[in-house]
Ligand binder design. Sequence first.
Ligand code: PGA
Length: 249
Amino acid sequence: MRQKIVAGNWKMNTTPAEGVALASELAKRAAEIPSDVKLIVAPPFTHLTSVQAAIAGTKIELSSQNCALQPKGAYTGEVSAAMVAGTGAAWVILGHSERREYFCEDNAMLLEKIHQAFACGLKVIYCMGESLEQRESGVLWDFLKSQITEVLYNLDSLKDVVVAYEPIWAIGTGKTASNEQAQEVHAFIRKTVAEKFGAEAADELTILYGGSCKPSNAKELFACPDIDGGLIGGASLKADDFLAIAKSY
Ligand code: PGA
C-alpha cells in the first residue's frame, strides 16, 4: 500500500536539548496527526536516542540523516547503519543533495549505503533531484533516470524504499517546484521504476516531494496524483508548521 508520509529532516540544526523539546512537543500533539499519515523525524546522530525516548509510545517514527558506507571498523567519525538501528530508528535518509554535493556521495556509494541499511533492517528514504542548471540545459530526464537506474535498479525490491524528489533549486530557497513540475517528475519516477520492477511495485512506491514545502503549499502539492507526501527541511523545525503540513492531505 502506498503510504502517506511526512518526514522532517532537521539537518544540522538543534542541540540535543532543543531536539528533545521539539520531539516532545510533537509527541504531546501526536493525536493531531491524521490516522493515515506516517510522521517521521530525522534529528542529528547525537540525539537519535534521546529523541527516540521522547517519541516512544506514539506513532512518530525515527530516522537518521545518513549512515556509513562500511559496517564497522577504523572509520573515525562515521556512524554505521547498525548503530543507527540500535537507537530504535526505523529509517535512514540517503542521497540527500547536500550529502551528494558537499560530501561527494555518488550513486555507487549510495547503492552500497542502501545495502548497509537493509542489512540492519532499516528502511530508506532515497533522495534524488536536479540542479537548476541540469533542468535548464536539457539533461533533466537523463540525469533523473541515472539516479534511478544506477541505484534503485540494482536493488532486488523497493518494498523498503521511499523516494524523495527534491529539486536542488527548491531546497531551502523558498522557491517551490510548481505542482505541475513536481507531478511531472513524480510520474516520470514512477514510470521509470515500473520499467524495471513492474506496474504494481511502481504503483505501491511512496514518492515524497521536498524543497521549500510548507503549510501554505503542502495541500496543493499533496493533491497531485503521484505525490504521496513530503520531506520537509526548514518547516519541520517548528512543531506548528510540521503538524500543519501533516494535516494537509
Ligand atoms: P527545505 O529542505 O524544506 O528547507 O527546502 C528540504 C530538504 O532538504 O529535505
